[in-house]
Design a binder for this molecule. Structure first.
Ligand SMILES: [Fe+2]
Ligand SMILES: [Fe+2]
Length: 183
């Protein structure tokens, strides 16, 4: 399949999973600075991804759903509501992790995280991971195919360009490669 808005988002899911994994070595080492750097990258990339889904895609699908579609308006709304709730959970849990790390740094500067704190951080991340797989499954198996069926190629390309523009304008330090150099 040639690259399009869907393959971009699917690739982005893979990148986001990779960024979640990259938090692990920092947590193993109890290194709050490294964890914050990785979290920063993850936050920025996930933010672009979620904005693209909310602002560009959900509304476009609402407008484009054919009246005779076997997907009812209720099913579409319910799916989007659930995805939105997941997105809110991701951002809430990641922001709780950032708060813990920053509080620790404020008090202890570079001192390693105590094991109890690392466990606490992992609990927040586990809440994200428990939902993430199902979430991307719903998007890739339902939401994105709806988009390919209902939206004109021009509209899909416009959405793709807007997301690419945002990704290209994410500061260099948030690029996936920058994350790997730091980590
Ligand atoms: Fe999503
Ligand atoms: Fe997604």
């Amino acid at each position: 399949m040639p690259p399009n808005a869907t393959t971009d988002l699917v690739t982005d899911h893979e990148d986001i999973n990779a960024l979640m994994d990259r938090l692990d070595p920092a947590l193993e080492a109890g290194d709050p600075e490294a964890a914050l750097r990785q979290l920063d990258v993850l936050w920025a990339r996930l933010g672009v991804h979620i904005r693209s889904e909310h602002l560009l895609t959900f509304e476009a699908l609402r407008e484009a759903r054919p009246s005779g579609s076997d997907v009812s308006e209720g099913e579409l709304e319910e799916t989007h509501l659930r995805l939105r709730e997941d997105h809110d959970l991701f951002m809430r849990e990641l922001s709780a992790v950032a708060k813990l790390l920053k509080e620790h740094r404020g008090i202890n500067e570079d001192a390693p995280m105590p094991a109890g704190m690392t466990d606490h951080v992992r609990e927040h991340l586990d809440r994200v991971l428990r939902v993430l797989d199902t979430h991307t499954g719903v998007e890739e198996q339902r939401g994105y195919p709806w988009r390919e069926k209902w939206l004109s190629p021009e509209k899909q390309e416009m959405i793709r360009e807007q997301m690419r523009y945002q990704l290209d304008n994410v500061p260099a330090r948030f690029a996936l490669e920058a994350g790997s150099e730091e980590g």
